[in-house]
Design a protein around this ligand. Sequence first.
Ligand SMILES: [Zn+2]
Length: 192
Amino acid sequence: MDVQHGSKKDSPILLEVSNMTNTCLRKLTTFICIALLCIFGVAQVAQAKVAVNIWNLMDSGEHLDYTNNSKYVVSVTTAVGWWNAYKKGVIRKDTSKTVNDVTMSHYSKKDGSIAITSPSGTLKFNSYYMSSLSEHNRIEVAAHEIGHALGLSHNSSKTDIMHATSLDGDKLSKNDKESYDYAYWCNQVGRM
Ligand SMILES: [Zn+2]
């Protein structure tokens, strides 16, 4: 399944979500989340538009432990801070005491993608396009991709971090927060 960002003006397209290579556990989690979405979806979306993906990269301890091998150290660190300001301590740098959940890297290719996050546990920034963005926009791209790793899908408001194409968000919106709440809850329920 591919989820493709449309282009914003003449800016490049964000593309992510490649082939599904989930484990059985993740498939089970996915399945349960979908079922619950059917049952509780109306109540969940009453206050904000909740958009979650059918996979996430969080581990069984409800953490997202990352290794950042990309050159976007400051951007990623700041973006992690945006998410962790809302749910403290969920996203952590991988250490010898944790198991890595997502590995970040960068590449450079004129392929129309600013960044790509995969259910196999990779998050790749494309420096071909990233290099021409402002630092603030690079942070937004990083925050957006981390959102996918946390289980969020695209949302509709241009001020959402999880909007498919807009780089107008400068903090988590109500949609972003409630989608995160729901994805996090789905992850917990799916592991019970
Ligand atoms: Zn996206």
